[in-house]
Each structure stands twice: as C-alpha cells, then as structure tokens.
Design a protein around this ligand. Structure first.
Ligand code: ADP
Ligand code: ZN
Ligand code: ZN
Length: 725
C-alpha cells in the first residue's frame, strides 16, 4: 500500500491553516512532527506531518516534495497536545499546531532547510596580535582602543565602555594591529541580566516549602497557594533543579514578562544559559533563536508567557504556572486555549508535575483542589514573617450620613495625616474599570440587577439598561432606589484629579505623585512616579490599576482604596473574583518594610464577601462564599460556558443571524446546555460593526455544537474568561 501523511498545511502567515493528506514517495523516511515542503494549489508551502498512513477515500494525492529538517520539530507529546487543544477549543488541528511553531518558521515557504540559530546575531570581537609592534603614528582614539583591548575588552561595546572606539578597532584590524572575528551573541533583555544575586540558593527550606517540594517530587498536579513573599518562587526553583537533575526539562509560565522580571531574573541567576526566554516582546528572529536552542537541547529551562507551554523540549519534567489567575493565560484569538488547562493536559500527556501558583487562585482552580483533582499545597506565612496589613472597611453610606461629601473618608484622612507626619508613605488606589457603568444607590449601596440573571445591568449612554447575559433591556431607569427609596441613585464617578485636590487641601506640605491613565500616556511616567516614591521625594502616590503592579516600596505603610467595589458593578460572573484579587494585590503593597502597615477600603458594599474577605486577608472565606454564589447560577465550575460572538455592519444582519442560530441551538439542546441570548456584546459596536453574542451554559455545552454546526462568521470561545469581550 502506498504510504500517506496527514499534513497540517500553513498557507502563509495569515492564511488559514488546514490539514490535508499527501502521498509519501518511496524512500522518504517521514515521522510525525517532521516539517515538510508541499504543494498547495500552484504554491509551495510548509506543513507539519501529523500522522502517517491515514486512510484516504481517493488515491490521486499530491506527494510530499521535501523534508525541511531531518529531525521532527514537534515531539509526540506536542502533537498529542495539539489534538487536545483542537478538540477542547473547537479549532482546526492545523491552527493548534501552528501555534506551537515560531511564526517565522511556519510562514516562510522558501528554503529547503532551517536556518541555524543565532545566525543573524553576531558581533565583532577583537584581540591583540601577538608580537605586533605598535607604530609611533597612531591617533588618540586608536591608542585608547588598543589600551582597551589590552585590558581585556573584546567586543565593540566593551571597547567603547572603556574609552575606545569601534571604528578605530576596525581600522586597527585593517592595519594588522588587531585580529578581528565574530562571535554569536544572545541578547537577553537588560532587565533580566545576571545581576540578581542568588543568596538563598543554599538556605534551608522552610517546613511548608519542604512539604511542597516533597509532594511535587512525586509528580501530579498541584495548587501552590501562598501570599506574595511566602516562598513560592523558591519552590519553583528547587523543583526545577530536581527535574533537571533527573534529565527532564522545565517550563515556567509567567503572566507578563515585564511585570514578572524578578521571577525571570531569579531563574536566570540560578540556571544561567540553560534558560530560554519565550515571550511576545521578542522579535521574530529572537523567538526563533530561543526556540532553536530548546529544540537543540541547549536550553532546558523555558520561561515565558503562555505560548512557552509549546516549547519543543524532548522531555518535560515540571510545568509551573505562576499567578495562575491572570487573564493573560487565555488566548483571545484562535486557538482560544487557556494555558492552565493546557498545562494540566500536557502534564497528563507527559507525566510531568504541574504546579499552579497564586496568592489568589481562581475559585475554579480552588474547587479542583477541594475535589482532589489538584493537590493543595499551602505556604501560609511570609518568609520574613511580616504580617499582612490590618485593614479597615469604611462604609461610604455612613460617611454621607455624617455629612462628608468628599472622596476621602474620615478614617482615611486620619490615616494619611498620621502616615505623612511620621515620614512614611501612602498609596491611594482608584479603581477605574467598571466605573459608572451601573446604577448605584449612594445611600444603601444597592446596584440594580437584571431580574433574570442577578448580574448588574449595564448603563448605556442612551439612557437604557442592558443585561449583557440575557439581552433584557430596561428603558425605565428608576429615579428612586428600589431598595431604600432614596433619590440619590445614579451612576457616578470620581477622578484622580479630584482626589488629588482633596489631598492637597488635607496635606499642603506633602509631595504627591499621580499615576492615572492620562499621566501614563507620557513615556516613563510609571518609572518616574515609582522613583519619586522610592527615593522618598513623594509621600503619596495616587493611581489607578498601574499602582497595583510593581510598586514594591518598603516605605509604604498605608494603602487606601477610594472605591473598592466599582469592579463589582461589571456585569460579569467573574466580577467578585477580580475585585478580591485586585484588592488583595493592592493591600499587599502596604507593610513591606520593617514599619509594618495598614489598609483602608472605602466601599458602598461593606458586607460584600469580596470586600470583607480581602480586608481580612482570608482567601478561603472568599472562595467558599464565591463558590456558593457560582453554584446558584450555574457558573463555572458548576457549569461550563461557551461564548459565541458574531459581528456585521448592519444591525439587522447580526440580529437575524443570531436569532436563527439561537433557535437552531435551542431546538437541539437536549439537557446538555441552555442557550442564553442573543444579547448585544459588552462592546456592542466595534470598528463600525454591530456585535451580538450567545452563551451556552451547562455540563457539556460543546456537545451541542457537535449537533448544530456554527459557521465561520461566528467566533467560538470555549471556557471564556469573561463574557465582556
Ligand atoms: P513568592 O514567590 O511567594 O513571592 P519568594 O520565593 O520570592 O516568594 O520568597 C520571598 C523572599 O524570601 C525572597 O526574597 C526569597 O529569596 C526568600 N526566601 C524564600 N525561601 C527562603 C528560604 N527557605 N530561606 C530564606 N529565604 C527564603
Ligand atoms: Zn439578564
Ligand atoms: Zn438605596
């Protein structure tokens, strides 16, 4: 029987990727994972061999033209993971495979071989010519350059850093006074340079760390729960060392490389050149080079953003996902995979240990741990034993009753005065997201929900209320609060500017830094505000989401949150969870130094479990409360979701399309899912197109899509992170 190959075909960078069957001519030794050249129509393109000897209905097949590289580029476990992704997220197998290859590699059709790594990145290096006598007539720069080489400078940049010049080095080489050559370089972004000292490498593990290390050694999947500073990264590092000692590679996923520079630097400090970095800020060439170093077995510790999961390690012994709750782990274009779920799948396929780390894991992850699907490892205290800041919850309704119409509560004012008078520092956090999108009673905190879904109605500028889950529209925005009858029910906002004015009046002598969206448009504003605080020039920084990340300042002893609950008003089932995560993160900025710290949360909803548990630093209380709420409405983990979205220039087109699909789905739904909508998408209009969505919710909503096919005009998002896309 003639041999055949199933090939994932890449038709250029943007074109669709699809799977076709080709004939394999005699003598061509193909294996799954091989990159090949094939014909597609009149074009020559690249593709990846998925499987061999697949059955074909008709025998007139094109043949595979050539092998691009003698070794398979994807390992068997990667091909299996691609199949899992295609199946779970309902995308083409070829799309899943393409996501695993460096973009440069799938796109380039020409050339019958892979380029060598680091080919384009080399630099000139110079050495003294032994025995060459120095002529008398040399320019000052040439003398300086020779002196630089004599003291050990080799590359142009080194020569320049000690007073020589690259041009002079070149001319000296021409005159035979220096030997010139080239060496390949690997550029590691400056912030990841090997500067980090590795003082704790040999420190004894704490008791909880040791328990975690022992458990992880036994393989399986783990949730490592511990606040910032509790020693999680050290557990990752030591587990990684153990995997490497056993001859297996390590994958470490971090949410955003720029914000996790410290974690990355610690991996580089400990494992040096064995570390490969894979993240989106790399150029295509750099990405390819890092990928090649992994494929060639030179690097076996892969650190990067979600796609680093697809590193071509021959053996995977450990997969770490740090900050597993971060939304950036979900890819928002096809294949719409979630890196945590994919990491767990890869762990099952390879037998690697999987460690999900977080101070505030998603409750879906926590629920897996309560069911024993993940083993729960707790690191209950900070290593330096600095307590989390005692936090006061201020009820803004009572402030109003007491006649305080400002944005700063009495408790926060007192706290600020005290902090500044002691020479300490404060962070004031103003939540921008979810601002003024809902109708809120300023007297009782009541937020108007959709009666069918119990998530807040979104207030639209045309004066109507819309439920983005079920599509219900309410034209009568109440003038009086349905709960307490107050007329002060409205959507309101506070800006950082107003807070800053009040603060100036309160603390006329204090220097205040502001870091909001307007300020951040100026380049370097974030670094400048951080530096002003770090050096002590500023006593208070007011900011939006930007101060929640990266502001690690030992002088800060007070964190005040102006509006702790605005995120809760977002009409999304994850609103509480994101509120808790954000408040925890912001409060964690207080009390990092020896002086300790406190927190103040201002809110209209002091009883809300997200606010209360954040103030008490009680993750478990939050998770239990949140899971109860999720169960009541069948949200994950008690039901799975599929988000279907479509867009068109004409409103009537999307409406008809959505109504038709909705009724087809409803007609076929047989207990495996309910169909919600159609409803306008949260961004109901984007780029001039109307956007409409349907939501499938149930035990296995994907099964419904097996019976009712969905056309290419729909995007299908299985297990969406948010319904607000
Ligand atoms: P996390 O990742 O949870 O924020 P880290 O691993 O960064 O925690 O640990 C917090 C700090 O404590 C770091 O400075 C780290 O170097 C230090 N540290 C961690 N484990 C130990 C240990 N066993 N002994 C001494 N210091 C440690
Ligand atoms: Zn609704
Ligand atoms: Zn009210």
């Amino acid at each position: 029987m003639p041999r055949t190959a199933e090939v994932a075909v890449f038709a250029g960078l943007r074109g669709p990727a699809r799977t076709f069957t080709y004939a394999v001519s005699d003598g061509m030794e193909l294996r799954p994972g091989h990159l090949v050249r094939i014909g597609l129509g009149a074009r020559a393109v690249r593709g990846l061999v998925m499987a061999l000897d697949v059955p074909v209905p008709d025998a007139t097949l094109k043949s595979v033209d050539a092998l691009v590289h003698p070794l398979p580029l994807l390992q068997a476990h990667q091909l299996a993971l691609a199949r899992w992704i295609a199946d779970r997220y309902r995308c083409g197998l070829a799309d899943a495979v393409r996501a695993m290859l460096p973009p440069a590699l799938a796109a380039r059709a020409q050339g019958s071989a892979l380029t060598a790594p680091r080919g384009e990145r080399s630099e000139a290096v110079y050495a003294l010519v032994p025995g060459a006598s120095e002529p008398a007539k040399l320019g000052a720069r040439q003398v300086a350059t020779l002196r630089a080489v004599r003291v050990g400078a080799t590359s142009a940049s080194e020569i320049e850093s000690v007073g020589g010049s690259a041009a002079a080095a070149r001319s000296l080489a021409k005159r035979g006074l220096l030997t010139a050559g080239r060496r390949s370089i690997r550029r590691i972004p400056a912030e990841f340079a090997l500067s980090e000292e590795d003082a704790v490498r040999d420190a004894a593990a704490t008791g909880p760390q040791q328990e975690a290390l022992d458990a992880i050694r036994g393989r399986g999947a783990f949730l490592l729960h511990g606040v910032t500073g509790s020693g999680k990264t050290e557990v990752y590092l030591r587990s990684a060392a153990r995997a490497l000692a056993g001859g297996a590679g390590v994958i470490v996923l971090v949410p955003e490389i720029a914000l996790t520079a410290q974690v990355v630097a610690r991996f580089i400090a400990r494992f040096g050149d064995r570390v490969a970095l894979l993240h989106s800020a790399l150029s295509a060439g750099e990405r390819y080079d890092e990928w090649r170093r992994i494929l060639d077995g030179v690097a076996d510790v892969v650190v990067g953003s979600r796609s680093a999961l697809f590193a071509p390690l021959a053996r995977v012994g450990l997969i770490v996902v740090d900050e597993e709750q971060e939304p950036s782990y979900k890819q928002e274009s096809a294949p719409r995979y979630h890196a945590v779920d994919a990491a767990l799948a890869l762990g099952r396929l390879t037998g690697a240990a999987v460690v999900l780390g977080s101070a505030t894991p998603r409750v879906t992850t926590y629920e897996l741990a309560t069911r024993g699907e993940l083993a729960l490892l707790e690191l209950p205290i900070r290593i330096a034993a600095r307590p989390l800041p005692p936090t006061t919850v201020v009820d803004l309704r009572l402030e109003l009753k007491a006649g305080n119409r400002g944005t700063l509560s009495r408790a926060l004012r007192i706290g600020l005065e005290r902090t500044v008078s002691r020479g300490e520092q404060a962070i004031l956090f103003l939540n921008r997201r979810g601002f003024a999108t809902s109708v809120l009673c300023r007297d009782c905190g009541f937020v108007l929900p959709c009666p069918a879904c119990d998530i807040p109605y979104a207030y639209h500028l045309n004066g109507t209320l819309v439920c983005h889950r079920c599509g219900r529209i309410e034209n009568n925005v109440p003038r009086l609060c349905p709960s307490c009858g107050s007329p002060r029910i409205r959507h309101l906002g506070v800006g950082t500017q107003r807070v800053e004015e009040e603060l100036h009046a309160l603390l006329p002598k204090a220097a205040i830094a502001r870091l909001d969206r307007d300020a951040v448009k100026r380049k370097g504003a974030h670094a400048a505000a951080y530096e002003a605080m770090r050096s002590g020039r500023s006593q208070v920084v007011i900011g939006t989401q930007m101060v929640a990340k990266g502001f690690d300042l030992p002088g800060v002893t007070l964190v005040g949150v102006i509006n702790a609950d605005t995120l809760l008003n977002l009409p999304d089932y994850t609103a509480s969870e994101r509120t808790f995560q954000l408040l925890t993160q912001v409060l964690g900025r207080s009390g990092r130094g020896p002086a300790g710290g406190t927190g103040v949360l201002q809110t209209y909803l002091p009883e809300h479990h997200a606010v209360r548990s954040a103030a008490l630093h009680d993750y478990h209380a939050f998770a239990e409360g949140e899971l109860l709420a999720r169960r009541r409405f069948g949200y994950p983990p008690y039901g799975r979701l599929v988000l279907l979205q479509t867009s068109a220039k004409r409103e009537s087109t999307v409406e008809r399309r959505a109504t038709e699909l909705a009724s087809a789905l409803r007609a076929s739904a047989a207990g495996d899912a309910e169909v919600l909508g159609p409803a306008p998408a949260f961004a109901a209009k984007r780029a001039g197109s109307y956007r409409v969505q349907l939501i499938l919710r149930g035990g296995d909503p994907s099964a419904l899509l097996d019976r009712v096919p969905v056309g290419p005009e729909w995007t299908v998002d299985v297990d969406p992170m948010t319904l607000l896309g």
